[in-house]
Design a protein around this ligand. Structure first.
Ligand code: ADP
Ligand code: MG
Length: 446
């Protein structure tokens, strides 16, 4: 069997861009990529702390609220953040009764002019984190191609089972909290109508393993709330968890009805994954603000935890930082300029950084952050993409660690939940796999 058939058989696939009924293999590396054991362990151990950070940002709300107000107060206000924030405000900034989030913290190794690589956080994702299913499959596919000895150096990757376990637990907590039989509860996975990453989504549905209790829904669907109990309904079924795999980009909201649904869901008693505040906690602007020790202190009181988090931070500056902006104009290749968007393809690199800093107005730049560029050493590998094998590609990799956090009265569940490695040609600035920049990869520890 050829490699492409093997990948399709293993479900390492996307829907074809032109024909949704046809599968096309996902881009993958032929072999796992070496990653330093110490840095992998560091990234894994950080995940519960990042989960705590998200939870605390939501609970303590004032810092997050200030960041949002800043973004929506300028003349060139961020309409998307404004709409999300408006919902949070309409809900009176209430903390959810049951807090549930699936996170992913992404890292690259900075190896430029250093004796030891530094693990550097690229960003913290709190909404619609994907690829746990495909990444688990790629780890298994790679493993099967290795010798017994090599296999021992691959860390277990049970991302999809660990995330699925989070959903089962959240459902149990909902059943106990509202005294409803577990069997009568349902999960609504909110998906994009033109989603290509369907096999990844389906692998989570399979892993949760509650046939008939998980449904794919759209932001254009109708989901009424029972005003007395707060129960959220979809086709007369009680929805206990609304899990967003879309809704992080302004274009996902095709009309006002989509926003109305988001508000309705938020006001219901259903568990939101994520709720509006946790969604906003993934803002790059918040990441930048938390890089300042005096701000992080407000959210994480324990100095040891703070130091652990800060050890993976890279310089991120707001655009009123004259010194940083001047350095970026002089050496734009050392920086990445990021607007408040998710999902890849939005950042500015190299000369684009200088051009934007010169030509965009202060109002336009207010919502951007300026980040020091992380520089991993390139590695030579082989990538299978578009049914072709590309050999001797010079690449760099990005490690993502998944996290599950579930908080409710007498419930505190918080753990790291597997990983994904994405590898891209070192000539490519952006990183998305579905967007076609990166290949799925797995880790071999060295
Ligand atoms: P998005 O929300 O679009 O995924 P990211 O912050 O993850 O935004 O940026 C997209 C991609 O750009 C990343 O996957 C990474 O490949 C690259 N990138 C982002 N920040 C940096 C950085 N500081 N240094 C080097 N590459 C970066
Ligand atoms: Mg990213």
């Amino acid at each position: 069997m050829g490699i492409v058939d093997e990948l399709l058989n293993a479900g390492i696939a996307f829907c074809d861009a032109d024909n949704p009924n046809k599968a096309t293999h996902a881009p993958v590396t032929l072999h796992p990529t070496p990653f330093p054991l110490k840095k992998f362990a560091q990234a894994t151990s950080l995940q519960p702390l990042f989960n705590e950070l998200i939870y605390q940002c939501v609970q303590q709300r004032h810092l997050l609220e200030d960041v949002c107000r800043d973004l929506i107060s300028s003349a060139k206000k961020d309409e998307f953040v404004d709409a999300l924030f408006g919902i949070w405000e309409r809900c009176q900034f209430k903390s959810p009764e049951i807090f549930f989030n699936i996170s992913r913290s992404d890292y690259m190794l900075d190896e430029h002019a250093r004796l030891e690589p530094k693990l550097c956080q690229v960003e913290l994702n709190t909404v619609s984190v994907s690829l746990a299913g495909l990444s688990t499959r790629v780890s298994h596919w790679h493993k099967a191609r290795l010798s017994f000895n090599e296999q021992q150096a691959m860390p277990d990757n049970d991302a999809i089972d660990k995330i699925a376990a989070g959903f089962s637990e959240a459902l149990r907590v909902y059943a106990a909290t509202f005294q409803v039989p577990f069997e009568s509860l349902h999960i609504a996975m909110v998906v994009h109508p033109k989603e290509r990453n369907v096999y990844d989504q389906n692998s989570l549905i399979e892993a949760i393993d509650l046939p008939g209790q998980i449904h794919k829904v759209h932001l254009t669907d109708t989901m009424p709330v029972d005003p007395l109990s707060g129960r959220l309904l979809w086709n007369d079924k009680e929805i206990a968890i609304v899990y967003y795999r879309t809704g992080y980009d302004p274009s996902d909201y095709v009309d006002q009805a989509c926003w109305n649904l988001r508000l309705t869901i938020e006001q219901s008693r259903a568990i939101k994954c994520p709720d509006i505040a946790a969604h906003l906690a993934g803002l790059k602007k918040l990441q930048q603000v938390l890089c300042q020790d005096e701000q992080l202190c407000k959210i994480i009181v324990d100095a040891e935890k703070r130091a652990a988090l800060q050890a993976c931070f890279t310089g991120i500056y707001s655009l009123d930082n004259v010194e940083a902006v001047s350095r970026a104009k002089q050496a734009p290749a050392n920086f990445v300029l990021k607007p408040q968007r998710e999902g890849g393809g939005h950042n500015y690199y190299n000369d684009q950084v200088r051009d934007a800093l010169i030509h965009l107005s202060a109002d336009e730049l207010q919502s951007f952050v300026l980040m020091e560029r992380i520089r991993p050493h390139p590695r030579i590998t082989s990538i299978i993409k578009n049914n072709h094998l590309f050999e001797n590609v010079s690449t760099i990799s990005e490690l993502g660690i998944y996290g599950v956090v579930l908080m409710a009265p007498n419930v505190c569940i918080n753990y790291a939940a597997g990983h994904v490695l994405r590898t891209k040609p070192d000539t490519s600035d952006e990183g998305g796999v579905v967007a076609g920049f990166s290949a799925l990869d797995s880790v071999i520890l060295v």
